[in-house]
Design a protein around this ligand. Structure first.
Ligand code: NAX
Length: 327
């Protein structure tokens, strides 16, 4: 049997983790032959609820789960972890300004980045789900100067999967038939789901005035507002689909995409006019535990205008927290 791999998850008592932890323990992240140890982190006031989640995980008797620990301390939870999925973050409370929310989360992700820097496996891969995900990932990355910057990623996969699903419904094909979907930018309503390169069953999707109109008036707004639509219908924010996206993004990063494109939030290398270091959703292929940007895609005036919206938003977030980071 393979030696177990330790996976840390923060926000473990929350609703996304109520799906995510069970799927990881079931082998959905690392495979059906890979034993796993779960290291769960949440706030002191959430430890009681977390104990209940642990009881339920135990009650599943997952064959692959060889260890399960809980903590309210990042230095303890992140010790020797190979993979970290950072879901826990400060939600916006009533009357809280966006700037206050950024600051509250900056404090969390500075501490967690420093803890990863100090105690995690030197090859740790870190996926940030908690919002504002791109800037939180940027902060964690900057707070962990001894770890490679390319080992930090922010989650844009839920937006990518939502885009695949909407387009597959429009074209009446299974979502797996569609390739080369791209979601650019921030995990926020400014993101740009870009269908210009998509193929269906390996064939480019024929352009037509109807498709263009659907793209601009229906598709892009539906994907951008999908999170709000789920909240309105369900009374709670996306949870199982967010957990599924976290598994998809981390699993593809670890195991590869077989040449298929996926969208990931990664630190920019300066391409596509995105300032270096900014955590931005871009198309990648993954292989052998690394991502590789899809380069030199044509950016139309329409695409440029859309990408600029996310870019300005993320630059403003970066500038607002810059004083908190090491120079
Ligand atoms: P919940 O409020 O249900 O759970 C959050 C959990 O995080 C709570 O148990 C809380 O105690 C814990 N927490 C807070 N601060 C912490 C800290 N400093 N250390 C450890 N744990 C901490 O939220 P949930 O619905 O699970 O969503 C979690 C986060 O995911 C939110 O920020 C949410 O906005 C974000 N999302 C991000 C998505 C993405 O695509 N990137 C999509 C889904 C989701 O909206």
């Amino acid at each position: 049997q393979k030696p177990p791999i330790k996976v840390a998850v923060s926000g473990a008592a929350g609703q996304i983790c109520y799906s995510l932890l069970f799927r990881i323990a079931n082998g959905d992240l690392l495979g059906a032959d890979q034993p796993v140890i779960l290291s769960l982190l949440d706030l002191p006031q959430a430890q009681q609820a977390l104990k209940g989640v642990v009881m339920e995980i135990e009650d599943c008797a997952f064959p692959l789960l060889t260890g399960l620990t809980i903590s309210d301390d990042a230095m303890t939870a992140f010790a020797d972890v190979k993979y970290a999925i950072l879901v826990g973050s400060r939600p916006r409370s009533k009357g809280m300004e966006r700037a206050d929310l950024l600051m509250a989360n900056a404090a969390i992700f500075t501490t967690q980045g420093q803890a990863l820097n100090a105690v995690a496996n030197r090859d740790v891969k870190v996926l940030v789900v908690g919002n504002p995900a791109n800037t939180n990932a940027y902060i964690a990355m900057k707070s962990a100067p001894d770890l490679p910057a390319e080992n930090f990623s922010s989650m844009i996969r839920l937006d990518h999967n939502r885009s695949l699903s909407q387009l597959s419904q429009r074209l009446s094909v299974p979502s797996h038939a569609i390739e080369q979907m791209v979601v650019w930018g921030n995990h926020s309503p400014t993101m740009f789901p870009d269908i210009r390169f998509c193929t269906s069953n390996g064939v480019p999707i024929p352009s037509s005035p109807e498709l263009s109109q659907w793209n601009e008036e229906t598709f892009i707004p539906i994907v951008a507002q999908r999170g709000s639509a789920v909240i309105e219908a369900r009374g709670h924010s996306s949870a199982a689909s967010a957990a599924n996206a976290a598994i998809d993004q981390m699993r593809d990063w670890i195991s590869g995409t077989d040449g298929r494109w996926v969208s990931m939030g990664i630190a920019s290398d300066g391409s596509y006019g995105i300032p270096e270091g900014l955590m931005f959703g871009v198309p990648v292929r993954c292989s052998a535990g690394s991502y590789h940007r899809i380069e030199n895609l044509e950016i139309s005036p329409f695409a440029l205008e859309k990408i600029a919206l996310s870019l300005h938003e993320l630059v403003a977030e970066r500038d607002a927290i810059a004083h908190l980071l090491p120079a």
